[in-house]
Every structure is written in structure tokens, then in C-alpha cells.
Design a protein around this ligand. Structure first.
Ligand code: 4AD
Ligand code: MG
Length: 492
């Protein structure tokens, strides 16, 4: 918190204005200047004290301020009562608390202002914290305060039960149109807190293991994951594309850094709108030198387990508020993830009467059936070479297959990670590029990685929004990202 200087404090003695300052201006001027500067700092710190916030609703609800006077800053969530007494629920980023405002205490002016303040007006309320036996266990008995940002009565907060019910395009579209305001609801706040912990866990997992965070360009010249989902952008008379993955540029830095990772947006022009697809999603990717497919999978498993255990540590209240079963999350944190081969998966599917041919990539309908047999995420490895992009390394034991993996999340969720070992000799990468019919030219820089001291290496990409969706138990990927982008929506 900011400490306001009291008159008895020693005079301002900033090291910046010590002896050297006196040489220029003489002792008396020096003294005057210092006094002036001190006064400025004084005034500033008083303003800062008013504007900074040091009391949070979660702390009040935890009983840290019982019987004490506090200054509460937040937004009106609900307001009811009479002409004499108002029960105003105030929210901040940490919770909600009921504030009791009485005309006889506040006086007519402020009481009437509060009474007429609409939902989502911002307020500062000073008062005494009182433990109660009502719902949340604590109330604020308001003594004074101010309305900081009042809501114009001609334009009340648009998100209401009746507006949702009456919206032309239905509730979902209405909430997406008002996404900037919907972010303030407790469900979105909860999702965004969970999301923040997932991002934090990705960083801590890799940083604790000496990975270097590395950034690749988002404007690129070629595809990584096939041309059909490439976003083309005009680029000064030429064409450029939005990146589908950081991977190729990470491989260029692999001989320099050996262990690298990122969290960055990736772009896919996915026309179909599904529960798992965004056109702009957040991609956690890693690349590691001198590593096999198995070692890369160990990191994938390690990362997902670390995310699950971080959520249990940091966000179990939020998960419970979403009715998420914490035992499931514990299983994802504690139990090892099984590994099965693509061929076994095909047999399983065929055994269940699913029509699927060897050589096909597995789409969501098939992944969903496969995940039903597992309580924790499981890896599918060794896909047919024809099903995967050129960068995947053919298995030296049987080059019909590539050394790759997908990690499928349980509860019917499906793919959250794709990765594997990379083709790392020049001859092999040229063969793979040519057999795919991909032009070599945009990938010359990539081929150079092999020409100049190629080494075995691999990596994976994890869809962060997908992991948030699965772990929070959300129905749809758009629930876990602030401003979801799909083929029909780039606003707000
Ligand atoms: O399986 P993908 O396409 O693999 C790659 O992009 C590799 N280059 C990654 C690498 O090895 N560095 O994508 C990786 C993951 C998927 O498993 C999925 O979780 C997520 O990215 N993903 C999407 N998430 C949301 N919306 C989309 N449209 C996504 N496409 C992929
Ligand atoms: Mg994939």
C-alpha cells in the first residue's frame, strides 16, 4: 500500500537530490527546491492513496476486517430496499458483498444518489465490516462514499434476463454481441481466472526445466498444417499468411537454444464452427533438441499434469463453483497417461462397428469414441505417414508410419496436443516435401536447419483454449476465451 507522509516524518531525502544538487543552486535555493519537490510528492501520494485500492471483497468475506472501517471499491451488482434503507450488493474481481446503506446515516444527498444508481455503476463505499449469519457471512454498514462512474438511466446495463430471453438471434448471439460487458459476469470472471492459471502453469513448467521462451513471426510465407486452413493476407502487393504454428521457426532456433517454448496465437481458417475450433487460438508449443518421440511425449504428459495440479492449488474454488468434480482433476494430475498405437485405435473403432479406414486421420467423432475407454488423457502414436504433414519423421523400423503423437483428453473431449519427432536429415525432408507436392521455395530456411548440422529433435503444440475448455468442463471453446473468433464473428 502507499504510505502517506506525516508531518513528523524526516524531510524528503531522495538520493537524486543530494549533495550534487547543492553545488549548482546554493544551499538556500536547494532547500526551497527540496521543500517544493516534497510538497509535490505529498500531493501526489495523497491522490494515489485515494485512487489505489487496498481492500478486496474476498478479504472481507474471509473475516480479515471484522469490526473495522474499510474503503470498498467496486461495482453495483444488485440493489433493493426502501426509501430509508438500501441493500446494495457490490462486486469486485474477488467476490460480492452486501452493503447496507441508511438514509439517516448517509444524509439525503448521497442516499438518493445511491438509491438511483443503476447496476454496474462504480462506487466507493466507506463503512464498518459486520459479520452476519446471512448468506456470505459479512456485510458492510455504509457510513459515506461516492458514486464514481454512474450509469446513464437512459442506457441501463444491457445484459438482463428479459433482454436475453427477447433477443432476436437467441441468448448466445446476444451475449456474444455484448461480450465486452458479459466479461463482467461471474461465470466469465471465473473462466478467465482459470485461464490465467493455465497460462501461468505453462510458463512455470517450461521455465523450471530450463526452456527458453522464444517468439516466431505471425506473418509467414507458407503452411505448416496444410493449405486448407491458411489465412491469406494482402502484404504490400504480395500474399502472406497468418501462422498456423510457431514450429518451423522454432526449429530454426533449435540448434541455438536446444530447449524452447512459447505461448502465442495461431490462426486457422476453419470454416466449420465446432465446440473445439477457433480461427484464432492460443498455442503452447515446445521444441527440444536431441529428443525422441517418447521424450517429447513425457513433456506433454508432464505439462498437462502440471496444469491440472496447478488448477487444484490455485483454482479449486472456481472449479467447484462451476460444479467441476475435483476428483477428476486430481486423476489428471496424478495418474500416468497410457500410450496406444494408431493401429490399435483403428482396431478398437472397427471392433465397435465404426466405419473407419486405415490411413485416415481421426476426426472428432472417432476421438470421442476412443476417449470413452480411458479415465485420463491417452496418447495415440505412429499415425500412417500419409495422414500427417511433411515435417513428421518416418519410423525407421517401418516407414509406413511416422513417429508422432496426439494426446486425447477424456470425458469425450479429444485432441489437445499434436506433436512428434521431426524429419532431420536433408535427404529425408526433401523426400517428404516432394511426396506431399509442397513447393520447396518457402521452406528453404527450414531445410537449412538440416543442411547445417541437423540433429534428432521434436516438439508438440497444445491448444491452450482446448485445455481450458476440457478442464473447466465448459460446453464450448468460446466460453473460455475473452473474445472468441470463428468464421462468422470478428466483433466486438
Ligand atoms: O495438431 P496441430 O495442428 O499441430 C501443430 O500445429 C504442430 N505444428 C504443433 C507442434 O508440433 N509444434 O495443433 C496442435 C494443437 C491441437 O492438438 C489442438 O489442441 C490445437 O493445437 N488446435 C486448435 N485449437 C483451437 N482451435 C483450432 N482451430 C485448433 N487447431 C489446432
Ligand atoms: Mg493435430
Amino acid at each position: 500500500g502507499s504510505r502517506v507522509r506525516t508531518p513528523s516524518d524526516p524531510p524528503c531525502s531522495s538520493p537524486f537530490f543530494g549533495d550534487g544538487f547543492g553545488l549548482i543552486s546554493g544551499h538556500y535555493t536547494n532547500y526551497l527546491m527540496l521543500t517544493l519537490i516534497c510538497q509535490c510528492l505529498h500531493a501526489q501520494s495523497r491522490r494515489m492513496a485515494r485512487m489505489s485500492k487496498d481492500t478486496w471483497i474476498s478479504e472481507i468475506l474471509a473475516g480479515e476486517y471484522d469490526g473495522q472501517e474499510v474503503e470498498l471499491k467496486g461495482w453495483i451488482y444488485r440493489s433493493r430496499g426502501s426509501n430509508k434503507i438500501r441493500f446494495i450488493v457490490v462486486r469486485d474481481s474477488t467476490g460480492n458483498i452486501q452493503c447496507v446503506a441508511k438514509r439517516e446515516v448517509l444524509g439525503d444527498l448521497f442516499f438518493d444518489e445511491l438509491k438511483s444508481s443503476l447496476i454496474e455503476s462504480s462506487v466507493i463505499l466507506k463503512g464498518i465490516v459486520q459479520p452476519t449469519d446471512r448468506e456470505h457471512g459479512h456485510e458492510l454498514q455504509v457510513l459515506s462514499g461516492e458514486v464514481v462512474g454512474s450509469v446513464n438511466p437512459d442506457r441501463p446495463f444491457p445484459i438482463t434476463e428479459s433482454a436475453m430471453a427477447e433477443a432476436d438471434g437467441g441468448e448466445t448471439e446476444f451475449l456474444l454481441d455484448n461480450r465486452h460487458l458479459y466479461l463482467r459476469t461471474s461465470r466469465m470472471t471465473t473462466m478467465l481466472k482459470i485461464r490465467s492459471s493455465v497460462f501461468g502453469a505453462v510458463h512455470s513448467y517450461f521455465r523450471d526445466r530450463q526452456f527458453i521462451e522464444y517468439q516466431a513471426p505471425n506473418f509467414v510465407a507458407g503452411a505448416v498444417e496444410g493449405g486448407s486452413t491458411l489465412f491469406e493476407v494482402p502484404y504490400f502487393g504480395r500474399k502472406a499468411y497468418l501462422t498456423q504454428s510457431w514450429q518451423l521457426y522454432a526449429e530454426a532456433a533449435m540448434p541455438a537454444l536446444e530447449r524452447l517454448y512459447t505461448i502465442a496465437p495461431s490462426f486457422r481458417a476453419e470454416k466449420s464452427r465446432t465446440r473445439r475450433h477457433l480461427t484464432e487460438f492460443w498455442h503452447a508449443e515446445m521444441e527440444i533438441a536431441w529428443a525422441s518421440n517418447n521424450e517429447v511425449m513425457k513433456h506433454g504428459e508432464g505439462l498437462v499434469r502440471h496444469i491440472a495440479s496447478t488448477l487444484l492449488d490455485e483454482r479449486s474454488d472456481e472449479l467447484s463453483s462451476l460444479d467441476r468434480d475435483l476428483n477428476l482433476i486430481s486423476q489428471y494430475a496424478d495418474n500416468p497417461y497410457p500410450i496406444i498405437r494408431y493401429d490399435e485405435a483403428i482396431e478398437t473403432l472397427q471392433g465397435k462397428g465404426v466405419e473407419v479406414e486405415w490411413g485416415q486421420d481421426l476426426d472428432y467423432s472417432k476421438e470421442k469414441i476412443l476417449t470413452a475407454d480411458f479415465e485420463v488423457p491417452h496418447f495415440l502414436t505412429h499415425y500412417p505417414r500419409i495422414a500427417k504433414p511433411f515435417y513428421h519423421r518416418p519410423d525407421p523400423d517401418d516407414p509406413k508410419y511416422v513417429l508422432c503423437h496426439d494426446l486425447l483428453a477424456p470425458e469425450g473431449y479429444g485432441e489437445i496436443i499434436g506433436g512428434g519427432e521431426r524429419t532431420w536429415s536433408e535427404a529425408e525432408i526433401l523426400e517428404r516435401i516432394d511426396e506431399e507436392g509442397t513447393p520447396r521455395e518457402p521452406y528453404e530456411f527450414y531445410i537449412d536447419t538440416r543442411r547445417y548440422g541437423g540433429v534428432p529433435h521434436g516438439g508438440f503444440g497444445m491448444g491452450v483454449d482446448r485445455v481450458c475448455t476440457w478442464l473447466s468442463g465448459a460446453e464450448h471453446i468460446r466460453e473460455v476465451i475473452p473474445f472468441p473468433r470463428d468464421s462468422r464473428r470478428v466483433t466486438p
